[in-house]
Design a protein around this ligand. Structure first.
Ligand SMILES: NC(=O)c1ccc[n+]([C@@H]2O[C@H](COP(=O)([O-])OP(=O)(O)OC[C@H]3O[C@@H](n4cnc5c(N)ncnc54)[C@H](OP(=O)(O)O)[C@@H]3O)[C@@H](O)[C@H]2O)c1
Length: 150
């Protein structure tokens, strides 16, 4: 599968790397530093590359949204038309200081995202998992006692 990463920081960088290691084609995008995306793609493996958000969308069957909530509108604008794509979001609707939810109780980040991209299929996942655990869980996937994550 081709996966476009929108936001290549702690979450997007690690998950994109693991998607690559699992055999998928990955395009890392959305950083203020193109070199960071290039380095990430190089270290992730042969099936990864760097691009713009529009590149990531154009060639992807699925997208991972992994930006701070405050960057949502900007990354979607740069991504362009995502109609028909599955977009998995781990982005939590937090304020700028990450101290409070800006959407809660009557709606959710995923529901608000779905309103912005009504023709995409929004899936909320991984938002309650700290990025620090991803590599360890992936490495242990074939071990006798497989780790589990809620
Ligand atoms: N970290 C976690 O453990 C964790 C766990 C669960 C959920 N989440 C949620 O996942 C989302 C992503 O978190 P994260 O920790 O991965 O964030 P992060 O490490 O800060 O990564 C954010 C990405 O957005 C890019 N970015 C930020 N401002 C930008 C701008 N002005 N122009 C272009 N690119 C920009 C960053 O690129 P550069 O910095 O290279 O420019 C980076 O690629 C958040 O909504 C967070 O709440 C995080």
């Amino acid at each position: 599968m081709r996966v476009g990463i929108l936001g290549s920081g702690l979450m997007g960088g690690k998950l994109g790397t693991l998607f690559t290691r699992a055999g998928h084609e990955v395009i890392f995008s959305y950083s203020r530093h193109r070199k960071k995306l290039d380095d990430l793609a190089r270290s992730a493996g042969r099936k990864a590359r760097a691009g713009t958000p529009a590149d990531a969308v154009r060639e992807a069957e699925a997208l991972l949204l992994a930006v701070h909530w405050s960057r949502l509108e900007d990354v979607l604008k740069q991504a362009g038309d995502i109609s028909g794509r599955v977009i998995v979001t781990c982005s939590l609707p937090m304020n700028l200081t990450d101290t409070e939810l800006v959407v809660a109780h009557t709606s959710s980040g995923a529901e608000e995202l779905a309103k912005l991209v009504p023709r995409a299929k929004v899936v909320s996942a991984l938002g309650s998992v700290p990025s620090e655990v991803f590599f360890g869980v992936f490495e242990a996937r074939d071990s006798g006692s497989r780790p589990s994550m809620l």
